[in-house]
Write a protein of this length. Structure first.
Length: 224
């Protein structure tokens, strides 16, 4: 039997087994920004699963796993988190995000003007999360926190003592605030008031890099 927090490596990415919640978390990292996507639960044997963010390549990874998420929760809509969003929608996965799809959010035009040939397939958001504080998806209940500053539509998904924060809080870092509509003061304020107030044992799964805990970031993060 897996211990709480046991991590297994496989060709399908890192698998974190959270036995306290009977929740399996599998991670995938893809795209030129090496963006993390997380699969919570499993659709096998009549179950359901939820995907958090859709970096490039995650749709094929899910095919290899034979998993079909019922829901895709987008922490924000910068290009590297949504490159496979349209592919997921085509499979029947419902898309959730703070705001409707817009090229101004994906940064597609900005990157094209910088000489990077990026083309995002448009998609539709099935449920807008602005103004909501709770969400049920795939049999899981989430608390929602709007934490702008990196992107105006950044939303943090909290399930029990697990946080899926996108590009808000990283291990020893925070999200960039020098992109369009970025605001460092707003980002730091949101992290301090809405994330660092969570229990110290809360585990944070970020959009890039390794997972961390609230306790560790309160003690060592140089930006906070």
């Amino acid at each position: 039997m897996a211990q709480k927090g046991m991590v297994l490596a496989s060709k399908y990415g890192m698998i974190l087994l959270m036995s306290d919640h009977d929740l399996q978390i599998r991670s995938f990292t893809g795209g030129m920004a090496q963006t993390n996507g997380y699969l919570l639960g499993s659709s096998q044997n009549g179950g359901s699963c939820v995907l958090i963010d859709a970096p490039l390549g995650i749709s094929q990874w899910l095919d290899e796993l034979n998993e079909v998420p019922s829901s895709l929760l987008l922490t924000h809509q910068h290009y590297d988190h949504i490159e496979d969003a349209a592919k997921m929608a085509a499979k029947g996965t419902k898309l959730y995000a703070y705001s409707p799809y817009a090229q101004s959010l994906t940064l597609e035009i900005l990157l094209q003007q910088s000489g990077i040939p990026l083309n995002i397939t448009p998609y539709a958001i099935d449920q807008i999360l602005e103004g909501q504080s709770v969400l049920e998806a795939g049999g899981l209940a989430f608390q929602l926190e709007h934490v702008p500053g990196h992107s105006p539509d950044s939303v943090v998904f909290i399930h029990n003592d697990l946080v899926f924060g996108g590009d808000t809080l990283f291990a020893s870092g925070i999200g960039r605030a020098d992109l369009p509509d970025g605001n460092m003061d707003l980002l730091v304020e949101g992290i301090r008031e809405k994330m660092l107030t969570l229990p110290n044992s809360t585990k944070v799964f970020p959009g890039h890099g390794p997972d961390t805990t609230i306790e560790l970031e309160k003690a060592t993060n140089p930006f906070l």
